[in-house]
Design a protein around this ligand. Sequence first.
Ligand SMILES: Nc1nc2c(ncn2[C@@H]2O[C@H](COP(=O)(O)OP(=O)(O)O)[C@@H](O)[C@H]2O)c(=O)[nH]1
Ligand SMILES: Nc1ncnc2c1ncn2[C@@H]1O[C@H](COP(=O)(O)OP(=O)(O)O)[C@@H](O)[C@H]1O
Length: 218
Amino acid sequence: MGDPTETTPSDKLHRRGLLFILSSPSGAGKTTLSRKLLERDPEIRLSVSATTRPPRPGEEDGVHYHFVSDDDFDRMVEEDDFYEWAHVFGYRYGTPKGHIREGLKNGQDYLFDIDWQGTQQLKQKDDQDVVTVFVLPPSLGELRRRLEARAQDSAEVIDSRMERARAEISHWAEYDYVVINDDVDECFDRVCEVLDAERMRRTRQTGLIPFVRELMGG
Ligand SMILES: Nc1nc2c(ncn2[C@@H]2O[C@H](COP(=O)(O)OP(=O)(O)O)[C@@H](O)[C@H]2O)c(=O)[nH]1
Ligand SMILES: Nc1ncnc2c1ncn2[C@@H]1O[C@H](COP(=O)(O)OP(=O)(O)O)[C@@H](O)[C@H]1O
């Protein structure tokens, strides 16, 4: 038996991946937070949704969304290609199954920017791997200012997003964590703390690390 006080690279924890969900009313900042997280953290991969909504300026097919036609979406539903899907703002959005199940087993983490309906469906399917974070704006006035500053929607669309914000926020109590996105860097730090702590959750560990196994006599 080796010296159990020696630390070797094989002492790394091995764990299942997790499904990290960020939801918020439109404009609260979940896209901004998601992009920061993907830049910081090479271990988490974005689950790219399919949507029938047209691309916004700067959005790339296959990177931000898979932009598909109504017929394509219908076909994907028929072929059972989605983990979950929902109607949002008059369009359809869905999470393609892809290789998520195999990835989770291999310790791959996935980031989801999906609404409360998708969150409920994923929780029903896989509660143990799902971690949910609700992002609140500091106020409704600030939410409207951000939607206006983003300048990608008409006044009418902004009104409908503000209307829907009330419905979205009414689901915040269904989430594991809540953060307020006032200062974006502070909020991002809180989100990273949640992710880092959840990765260490004992129930995600898939086996004892070698020196612990040796100590336990196994
Ligand atoms: N259920 C579900 N919701 C999604 C999916 N992809 C995006 N959404 C949600 O659809 C809503 C509208 O997204 P989007 O059109 O990008 O607008 P944004 O929230 O203003 O950035 C947001 O609440 C997203 O979280 C998905 O695959 N499934
Ligand atoms: N903490 C913040 N303070 C000020 N503006 C922000 C903050 N977070 C995001 N924004 C801005 O608000 C707008 C909406 O953010 P976005 O990330 O697109 O929201 P969502 O994806 O939730 O709709 C964007 O123009 C973004 O740059």
